[in-house]
Design a binder for this molecule. Structure first.
Ligand SMILES: C[S@@+](CC[C@H](N)C(=O)[O-])C[C@H]1O[C@@H](n2cnc3c(N)ncnc32)[C@H](O)[C@@H]1O
Length: 103
């Protein structure tokens, strides 16, 4: 089954692991803050309680950190646990972290 953020064709609480790789934050020039927030809320919706979402990278193609990441984390932390987590994996030199979200 295929779908497109920010609306996915899956029921609530369906997955225990959600991986979002090289899409959110990377195309930050093309998608606004509202899109990023709605897309991540949708990933949270389809994730089971006790599950985890990993989103990588947190930078765009110009190697720049997503400028609204702190605002986004503060907002999401109101109902899930969000951690900016270090990784040894490198896509771009500054892509040192991923976003871990625990529901
Ligand atoms: C750079 S590719 C990354 C593909 C794969 N995740 C990887 O790391 O190899 C970006 C992907 O985002 C997908 N994409 C574009 N718009 C999307 C949307 N609104 N919702 C979900 N995926 C989307 C594209 O189809 C494409 O496969």
């Amino acid at each position: 089954m295929t779908g497109s953020l920010p609306k996915l064709p899956f029921p609530n609480d369906r997955f225990s692991l959600v991986l979002c790789n090289h899409f959110l934050f990377l195309y930050q020039d093309q998608f606004d803050y509202r899109f990023h927030l709605d897309a991540i809320e949708e990933l949270i919706r389809v994730m089971k309680k006790g599950g985890t979402i990993c989103i990588y990278p947190l930078v765009g193609f110009k190697d720049e950190r997503y400028p609204f990441i702190d605002q986004l984390i503060e907002r999401l932390n109101q109902h899930v646990k969000v951690t900016e987590t270090k990784t040894n994996f490198r896509f771009l030199p500054s892509a040192t972290h991923y976003l871990r979200i625990d529901k």
